[in-house]
Ligand binder design. Structure first.
Ligand code: NAD
Length: 461
């Protein structure tokens, strides 16, 4: 049997040798899930709700252990690991509260013996190939509503968040989800690729654009329902009437939280020329105040870079920006190991010829560009192949709405950033993906609509 070696990215130490899947075990788990799904779907919804409520309680009971594992394998600062788990609870509460309504039959026509109803039935067996940066969020955005709506789940956690994925599956099984209904597949890309060879009714992916495209190509001949939650190059515009200090503090957090490894991290900042210098001064001061280092220290704000190859991506963006005339305000280099470390990095005098302003950085690095006004800012915000989130900092709501309506992004923010709500759909334009999670749409995403045409017999009409 193959094994997966799991490292602590903050120390480089091996923390586990995990038995992994191969093509044969992936096929066996897939067959078992298909056999088990109908009984799970046939159970009353209240039983599935009670099961997920027990899972939620177990997350609370084990929060310290789960957070420690997440920090050990991802390098996430422990306070932010705890925040992720605490932030998961209201998401689960939303799904618990809304599933019954979201999948209830809809009466759309009643007339002279003829009735029409829309039903919502489970897709069947769905696969979830997942990322490592927020494994509880991106995992449960799929797993929880998929299970609640009666699907079986084949879950391939990221090879960089496997222990966390196994914790989730263990707690779900202990809460009462039948083992075959919730299957975990351990391994890297080849295990994900083996999953694509199985008979699937839906594939829900969170990860990079490059892998998303490979998955879409592999699944195209099979006509499997496909959702792709991919990367972003998320812009924010600070208007002339914003408070430069408040905006700088908020955006430094939005750019650097989770060590900048969030799909909705602020990745580009445009600032009106009239407050550019004041904004930069507050921004750099805030970044210099971030504590970098040991992720198990509760005061740490910037942790390790989870994947070692990302260090070379950050180096290349820094070198390219410097070569093209950007001004480095702080950072701009790796930090000594062991483990994978990068100094929080701020550039000004950047432009769209630089990779830093075009390609996802996925690290604690940001470019700040000066703009002359609203039209220039909107044009620059839309000058991207991505479209996950975008924001505007300004006093007036009407102006913010007007500008954000012109920006091509799935989520838009007025005076806030790097924010996800279970009540709102999470989706992207362009290379940020297709489909959505969260909100009631993100519950219905795990069902197919069934059209019921019901005519009463003539003597009953
Ligand atoms: P990744 O694409 O490297 O890996 C994602 C998953 O795909 C992993 O489980 C991996 O093992 C699997 N995989 C790799 N090759 C495969 C193949 N050929 N076939 C099937 N599966 C394969 O991405 P990552 O590094 O885990 O995640 C970072 C990316 O995820 C960033 O781009 C980030 O923006 C994005 N992300 C997006 C969202 C969102 O909601 N839009 C949320 C979190 C992360």
């Amino acid at each position: 049997m193959p094994t997966l070696t799991i490292h602590n990215p903050a120390t480089g130490a091996v923390i586990a040798e995990q038995p992994a899947d191969d093509a044969a075990s992936v096929a066996a788990k897939s067959r078992a899930a298909r056999a088990a799904q109908p009984a799970w779907a046939a159970a009353p919804l209240r039983e599935r709700l009670a099961t997920i409520a027990r899972f939620r309680a177990a997350l609370v009971a084990e929060l310290d252990t789960l957070a420690a594992t997440l920090t050990a394998e991802v390098g996430k600062p422990i306070t932010q690991s705890r925040n992720e788990l605490n932030g998961l609870l209201p998401r689960i509460d939303f799904f618990l509260a809304q599933t019954e309504v979201a999948i209830a039959d809809e009466a759309v026509y009643d007339d002279a013996g003829m009735r029409e109803r829309i039903g919502h039935v489970p897709l069947g067996v769905v696969a979830n190939i997942s990322a490592w940066n927020y494994p509880y969020f991106v995992g449960c955005n799929v797993i929880v509503p998929a299970l609640l709506t009666g699907n079986a789940v084949l879950y391939k956690p990221s090879e960089f968040a496997t222990l966390t994925g196994l914790h989730m599956a263990r707690l779900l099984h202990a809460a009462g989800v039948p083992h075959d209904v919730m299957q975990t597949l351990v391994g890297a890309g080849e295990v994900g690729a083996a999953l694509l060879n199985q008979r699937l009714d839906g594939l829900f992916f969170t990860g990079s654009h490059a892998t998303g495209v490979k998955i879409a190509q592999a699944l195209a001949p099979k006509l499997v329902k496909l959702q792709l939650e991919l990367g972003g190059k998320d812009p924010t515009y600070v208007r002339a009437d914003a408070d430069p200090k408040a905006a700088a503090e908020s955006l430094a957090d939005g750019a650097m939280y989770n060590t900048g490894q969030s799909c909705c991290s602020v990745e580009r900042i445009y600032v009106h020329e009239s407050l550019h210098d004041a904004f930069v001064e507050h921004f750099v001061a805030t970044v210099k105040g971030f504590k970098v280092g040991n992720p198990t220290d509760s005061a740490t704000y910037i942790g390790a870079i989870t994947r070692a190859p990302q260090l070379a991506v950050l180096d290349a963006q820094v070198a390219d920006a410097k070569a093209k005339g950007a001004v480095l305000r702080v950072g701009g280099h790796r930090l000594p190991g062991p483990g994978n470390w990068y100094a929080p990095t701020v550039f000004t005098h950047v432009n769209h010829a630089m990779e830093l302003m075009r390609e996802e950085s996925f690290g604690p690095i940001i470019g700040i560009q000066q703009v002359r006004g609203d039209d220039e800012a909107v044009a620059l915000m839309n000058d991207t192949r991505y479209g996950l989130t975008a924001g505007v900092y300004t006093r007036g709501e009407a102006k913010a709405r007007e500008l954000l309506a012109r920006v091509n992004a799935g989520s838009v923010y007025w005076n806030c950033c790097d924010r996800v709500s279970p009540r709102l759909p999470w989706s992207g334009y362009g290379d940020s993906g297709i489909g959505l999670t969260l909100s009631t749409y993100g519950i219905q995403a795990f069902t197919r609509p069934k059209a019921w045409h019901l005519r009463l017999p003539p003597d009953a009409a």
